[in-house]
Every structure is written in C-alpha cells, then in structure tokens.
Design a protein around this ligand. Structure first.
Ligand code: CAA
Length: 696
C-alpha cells in the first residue's frame, strides 16, 4: 500500500486516509494511493461503504503547486471520476481545508460532511489556473451556476456552515470525532439503492445573463489576465454541454493556462511570500513571547488603524493619547470606519460591537503599563518618538515588546532612549493600517532574535504579512519606492502629464495610478520625507513641481485639489488645467524641453529606478533576498500580483535589458541612475534578479 495513503477497515466501512504533511496536497503518490485504495475497497466484499479523510491538520489542500509546469504523466484514471464511479458509497470527511483538487475529489464522492471550522473552495484562479479536476463541471450542477461562478471566480475559501447552506455539504459534524461521525454516516447510507452522482445531475435553473454580468463586474480587476475569463467560460460550458464533453473542454482550457506567464508569476508569489516571512535573522523554533493585550500610543489615523487591526484579530487593545480631543476624534474615526463596513455589508452589527468592545481609549501611560506589546504611532519625528520611548521604558512591564510604527526613522536612535534596546523593533504598518497587509518588521542593531520572532508571530496573528528587514532611511519598502516617486514627477518636467502616467500604470496592472494614490494619501506626507532627505543629502534631486503644489495648498483629495481636482463629495480625479500650466512652466524654466512618452517607457522609468535601488538594498544586507522586496511590493504598494513582484517582473524583461537601460539613463540623466554593482554583476552573469542575495 502507498506510503502517503492508508486503507483500513472499521466493520463494513473502508477508510482511505491521505497522509502527506503538512496539508495533504496531492503530491507524488497521493493520486495513485487514492486510486489503489478505492480499487481495494470496491474489491473487498466485506467493505460496503468508504470514507475519504485527511490525516493531520487538513483534508486535502489541492494539487501540489510545486509540481505545476514541470510536465505530468498522462493520466488515464482520474481520482474524482473513480471515486464517483464506485458502486459503494464514498463519504468525504472534511476538516481543515478542502481546496482545489481536494474539493474536486470531495465532489467526486457521493456525500460530504465537515467539521464547522473547515473551509472549502476552488482557489485555482488565485494561482492563474482553473479547477481542472472536474470542479467547473460538478460545482454548478451541485449548487447552481451563479453560486459556483462566484466561488470559482473569486477563489474564496467558504466556511463550512455556508457550504452547508449552499448545498456543498450534506451535514456538519458538531461534536465528537470526525472519523467516527463519517463511519456512522457511511453505515447509514451503505444500503441506499441509488448513489447520488453529481455528474448525472442536470444544471439547476438560472438566469442566462449571469455570465455577462460577472464579466462586466471583473473587467477592470481582471484586465491583463486570462484565468478568471477561462473560469467563467468553463461554467458557461457546464450549462450548455453534456458532462463528458464539458470535462474535455475544461481540460483543454486548463492546459492553456498551466504554463501561462500569469500562472508562473502567481506561483512565484505564492511561494515567495511564504519564504519572505522566514527571516535569515530568526532561527526556526525561536520562542515568541505571548501577547494577550496590546496598547497603541497615539490616536491619529495610523494609531486608530493599528488599534482596529488588533480588534479585528480579537486582541484587546488600549489606545492611549494624552490629548483628550485627539483621543475622542480617534475613537470617532474608528467608529465611523466600522460603520462604513457595516453599511457596505462586509461586517455585521454584532461584529462591529464586538470589535469596538475590544478597543479601550485611555489617557495615561499608567493605564497601558501591563500590556504585552506597545505600538507607538505618534508624529513622525525622532525627538517626539524618543520621548515616548523614554516613558514606555519607565512604565511598561519587563518583557513587553516596544514597537515603533515609523516609516523611515532610525530605529537605533529611538531604541537608545530606553534601557532595553533589545526589546525595541520597528513595526511599519502601511496606510490604511487596518486594510494593507504588509508589516515591515525593522531589526535594530540590538533587537533580540526573540523579539523579532515575537513580532513575526504577532504579524501572523494580526493577519499581516510580516517581513523582517534592516535599519536605514526608509527601510526596504519606502526606500525602494522612493526613486519611483522621484521619476514619476521628473517625467512631468520632461513632457508627460499626471493622467498619462496614471493611465500607463493602471494598464500595467496597478489598481490606481501613482498620482491619484498621492492625492488620496495627502501630498504633505511625501513632502515632509522629501525635505528630510534633501536636507540630509545634497545629491537628492529637488522636485519643484511637487513642491509648488504643496505651496499652493493643493494637498490632495482632502483639500479638493492635488495632482487632480475633485468635485465636492466626489473621489473622482479630474485632470486640472492649472496643474498642466504649472508643469509646462517648470519644464520651460528648466530648459529641458518637452517630449512624448509611450507607456512602456513610463513603466520602465518608474520601475527600473526601484529595481536598481532594491539591488543596493540587498547588497547592503537591509533586505537579504529578492523575495523580501517582491513580497513588500505586493502587500505594501498594490503591485499587480499576476506580475509576481518587482524583481520577478524585471526578470520577465530580462536582467541584461534592465541593466542596459539603466546604464543608458545613467549617461543621460546622471548619478541618480548609477547602476548598482550587484545589478551589474547579475547582468554580466545573466543571473535572474529573483536570485539576488546579500553577499553574492
Ligand atoms: N502545494 C504545495 N505546497 C503547499 C500547498 C499546495 N497546494 N498548499 C500549501 N503548501 C505548503 C506551503 O508552501 C507551506 O510550505 P512551507 O511550510 O514549506 O512554507 C505549507 O504547505 C503550509 O502552508 P501555509 O503556510 O500556507 O499554511 P496555512 O495553514 O497558513 O494555509 C492553506 C494553508 C490555506 C492550505 C494554504 O497553504 C493555501 O492556500 N494553499 C494553496 C491551496 C491551493 O491553491 N490549492 C489549489 C491547488 S491547484 C489545484 O488543486 C488544481 C487542480 O487540482 C487541477
């Protein structure tokens, strides 16, 4: 019998257990093992029903993603078909996850039961493919095409109680052992004269307009991608074609996607984000300090967002501000943000009340002294932050994690205000903190490994992607992004307009253009950082257009005008002739003249400048590997996931091409484009940027 699939018998019930840690992906030997076990159960005259179950923490998390794109043997017997064809009933018993090929096998079974905490889904679209194991043909027959479309096109993991309501599950197992419940269920159904086979069902009645409706709905989000469209096509096929033919067409469309550029990039993103969360600075197994209560210092926008993040994760949090007005305004903002979620339907009233109950406003340091973690989110100025840390050092209990939410300041200087610098680290949240998933964890000179491990664990608990990096101005995320921010404004001096740059970046795949994002965040934010860098380094190129806008009081959406103008109550950016005139005036004054840009040059100017800086960051050891940069760009800056990440994307252009361009711009524009030595070495060797590492 296979090593990864076991067959045992309990009375008349044969039990097929998949045992391939950690998540029972359909790795080498698993499919073969399932086939062998079903054959054995069918042949064994003492067996009258079977149970398919997973060992360890999950049912089956899907195909083994590592095996994709590596060629596969021709399969003559497919597990879901063989399960379904069994003349003896098979019950899928689900805990943990039944995803992708996992759910498809469960759909091949005649019955499905699950524990309430289980989740099921067809998330293939998230890795650029489609459910190629009959999922697009069976699910619409089981739950109707509309619900199936929603699940397949979103890829979301559906909680078991909802799956029961949708009709995916036959029963929830509320108490006791899942395995025992599955055996009991199997004994109940083993004498049923007719087995329910999903492939034999007709398609439930539906509105034929659902396909075009969903195409319209995803048009913007799914531009440049193939998988979501192929998913819709497959469900449409299920509604108009006999099952066997549908399966053939599903297979053909799956094969078209498996090695597409988007599928490769999404697979890279899947594994690199997991790799990036393991830091070379933290040994495996380093214990994390328990965190049962949190405190946030500062009730501004960031502090409020961080407090909400804690509450969203069920972590009690005190939000501290000495200024009663700021505290009251902060709490009001939190209340309004939750109320907006309730209005949108993403949160219910009870959920909002539960979260608000976890956030306690307090006005003194003494009130937070017992917290396990204090996250400082006060004004971005070293002196102000040092004062906070002096006080935290005095009041916080020994062993508390002392974290600063700075986006650029020197962690060591802040830590030096305390007598316990080993407990201090940076925890850079991205705005809005309760939405953006990146947490940049900054390691100071003296930060202990245990504290880093604790912040990594905290990030997981807060549903953030925590990436450890070193200490320098702007750390990894903002430092690698800074040249992009410079180039986008310099493009204007040379001949482009904000709306043209934004259009090129949106076509590339960003949800919003960078100028529109600037207006949303507030132009005073970038201005302050820029002035600090200009003061520190005379080589930093001033940006007269951006400075002039701030001088005119055009601070973005909040003032009704920034790079664009906004009509009262609307968030729609309108190109503004006043801005165009300012741009032309500065261009004329610079004497550089104006020229035309195409989209490719715009995209490359912005992104190559960041690739070059990222290479420097890796060379200096601030980031250790390209996966860290890529993960930060995906989760901190909305870089399109189907392009893998900044460095992955640059590899699709080619390291030599990237280097050649940068070298040419160095000649043309001067020092700010000086190629990083690491980039040069990679280009000479023709080695991919995704393999860039410190010390290479
Ligand atoms: N293939 C290979 N490895 C996988 C995997 C898969 N499908 N799913 C998870 N893993 C690995 C992860 O890489 C990770 O490995 P490391 O510890 O070495 O990093 C380990 O399993 C644990 O995973 P997570 O850290 O992600 O654990 P989690 O508990 O946070 O999440 C999960 C578990 C929800 C299953 C998540 O891993 C996940 O979403 N996995 C992908 C599921 C998926 O996309 N399935 C569909 C595959 S495609 C398919 O099935 C198509 C088909 O048949 C035709």
């Amino acid at each position: 019998m296979s090593e990864v699939v076991h067959f045992t018998r309990q009375g008349p019930v044969g039990i097929i257990t998949v045992d391939y840690p950690p998540v029972n992906a359909l790795g080498p030997g698993v499919r073969e093992g399932i086939l062998e076990a079903v054959d054995r159960g069918v042949a064994d005259t003492q067996v009258r029903a079977m149970v398919l179950i997973g060992a360890g923490r999950s049912f089956i998390a899907g195909a083994d993603i590592r095996g994709f794109g590596k060629g596969r043997p021709t399969v003559t017997r497919r597990t879901h078909d063989v399960l379904e064809a069994s003349p003896k009933p098979v019950v899928a018993a689900i805990h943990g996850y039944a995803l992708g090929g996992g759910l498809e096998n469960a759909l091949g079974c005649h019955y499905r039961i699950a524990v309430p905490g289980a989740r099921v889904g067809l998330p293939e679209v998230l890795i650029g493919i489609l459910p190629g194991g009959g999922g697009t043909q069976r699910l619409p027959r089981l739950i109707g095409p509309e619900a199936a479309l929603e699940m397949i096109v979103s890829g979301r993991h559906v909680p078991a109680p909802e799956a029961l309501e949708l009709g995916i599950l036959d029963e929830l197992v509320e108490g006791g052992e899942l395995r025992d419940a599955a055996v009991a269920f199997a004994m109940r159904v083993m004498d049923e004269p007719v087995l329910p086979r999903i492939s034999e069902r007709g398609i439930p009645d539906h509105d034929p307009g659902i396909f075009d409706a969903i195409r319209r709905r995803i048009a913007r989000r799914a531009r440049n991608q193939k998988a979501p469209w192929h998913c819709i096509r497959c469900v449409e096929i299920a509604c108009s074609t006999p099952f066997e033919d549908g399966i053939r067409q599903e297979r053909a469309l799956f094969e078209e996607l498996e090695n597409s550029e988007e599928a490769k990039a999404l697979r890279y993103a899947f594994f690199s984000e997991r790799e990036a969360q393991r830091s070379p600075h933290v040994s495996r197994g380093t214990p994390a300090r328990p965190v049962a209560a949190a405190a946030v210092v500062g009730a501004g926008t960031m502090g409020g967002g961080i407090a909400m993040t804690c509450a969203d994760a069920g972590l009690p949090v005190k939000i501290m501000d000495k200024d009663p007005e700021t505290l009251a305004r902060g709490m009001e903002r939190i209340g309004k943000t939750y109320a907006a979620s309730v209005e949108r339907g993403s949160l219910d009233a009870a959920g909002m009340a539960a979260r608000l109950a976890l956030i306690e406003p307090v006005d003194s340091y003494d009130a937070i002294a017992g917290a396990d973690v204090a996250i400082e989110a006060v004004f971005e100025e070293t002196g102000v932050k040092r004062e906070v840390f002096e006080t935290l050092d005095r009041v916080m209990k020994p062993g508390a994690l002392l974290l600063t939410n700075t986006s650029a300041l020197d962690i060591d200087e802040i830590a030096a205000a305390t007598g316990r610098p080993e407990d201090v680290a940076g925890a850079h949240f991205f705005s809005p903190a309760n939405v953006m998933k990146l947490l940049e964890i900054v390691r100071g000179e003296r930060t202990s490994e245990e504290v880093l491990a604790s912040v990594q664990a905290l990030a997981k608990r807060l549903a953030k992607v925590g990436v450890v990096c070193g200490n320098c101005d702007g750390f990894v995320a903002n430092r690698s992004r800074a040249p992009f921010n410079t180039e986008m404004v310099l493009l204007l001096e040379e001949g482009a307009l904000p709306e043209q740059v934004d259009k090129a970046m949106v076509e590339f795949g960003y949800p919003m253009g960078p100028f529109a994002v600037g207006d949303l965040a507030g132009l005073d934010i970038g201005y302050a950082g820029r002035k600090r860098r200009e003061a520190a380094d005379p080589a930093v190129r001033p940006l007269p257009i951006a400075d002039a806008l701030v001088g005119m009081g055009r601070l973005g959406m909040k003032t009704g005008a920034g790079w664009y103008r906004y009509e009262a109550g609307s968030r729609t950016p309108h190109p503004d002739p006043e801005v165009a005139a300012l741009i032309r005036r500065v261009s004329d004054e610079s004497g550089a003249g104006r020229r035309d840009f195409d989209d490719e040059e715009i995209v490359q100017r912005l992104l190559f400048s960041s690739v070059n800086e990222a290479c420097r960051i890796i060379e200096e050891g601030i980031a250790r590997r390209a996966v860290e940069v890529d993960t930060m760009w995906l989760y901190g800056f909305g870089f399109p996931r189907y392009r893998g990440g900044l460095m992955y994307w640059a590899d699709t252009v080619g390291v030599r091409e990237v280097y050649g361009r940068i070298a040419a711009w160095h000649q043309r524009y001067g020092e700010r484009w000086a190629p990083s030595p690491l980039l040069r070495r990679l280009a000479e060797r023709g080695a991919p940027l995704t393999e860039a590492m410190t010390d290479m």
